[in-house]
Design a protein. Structure first.
Length: 210
């Protein structure tokens, strides 16, 4: 079964309190989502492989370490996932970015795909699928299934700011090989499929829409 990594770092938790507050402005919400994403990415990439190389510093030769093996790709689930991309790119500017568009059917709460564009070499990369909220898990599971089947991706991680137990269970059942990284696991889902207490609609709060 996949592992759930919950980050309780004080900075992450402080910024999480900001985005939960209904009175937080669009600007501050957007900035805080990006900052949390950056902090989480720092932790989620702790186990990336490195290799030793020789370089010349201004003073003399040195043995240093750099990332080895497969490179990274970030795949935000549109549209809210876009709010997490800049924070991750600030740490890993060489990462390529794919996009997958899914919306949740209001009746069935199941995902419907409407857009997909991926880097041509994504199968050779470590893939981070990002979406602020892991609610029912339907959209995230569909996105993972999609890039596995169509592109042959095998090394996938899921990054979410807030998750519901129901969403975690769905991913672990559908994709036991995909680890989940979250800043908080909340109580439950309400009758409309929103995380409680959550933070509302992340996409609307990032982009200032309703």
């Amino acid at each position: 079964m996949s592992t759930v990594h919950i980050y309780d770092h004080p900075l992450i938790q402080h910024k999480l309190s900001i985005i939960r507050d209904k009175n937080t402005s669009v600007k501050e919400f957007r900035e805080s989502v990006s900052e949390i994403s950056s902090l989480m990415c720092y932790e989620a990439t702790r186990d990336l492989e490195t290799e030793e190389i020789d370089i010349e510093t201004p003073v003399g030769p040195a043995k240093v370490r750099q990332l080895a093996g497969k490179k990274l790709a970030i795949v935000p689930i549109l549209r809210a996932g876009l709010g997490m991309v800049d924070g991750i790119i600030s740490l890993i500017p060489s990462a390529k970015v794919g996009h997958i568009g899914l919306y949740r059917d209001p009746e069935t709460l199941e995902p419907v795909e409407y857009y997909c564009k991926m880097p041509p070499d994504i199968a050779n990369r470590d893939v981070f699928i990002v979406d602020p909220m892991l609610a029912t898990g339907g959209s995230a599971s569909a996105a993972i299934t999609f890039i596995k089947k169509r592109y042959g991706c095998t090394r996938i991680r899921l990054l979410n700011l807030i998750a519901a137990p129901e969403g975690i269970a769905r991913i672990q059942e559908d994709h036991p090989d995909v680890d989940i990284y979250v800043a908080a696991v909340d109580e439950k889902l309400n009758d409309h499929g929103y995380i409680v207490p959550g933070l509302g609609d992340a996409g609307d709060r990032i982009f200032g829409t309703k």
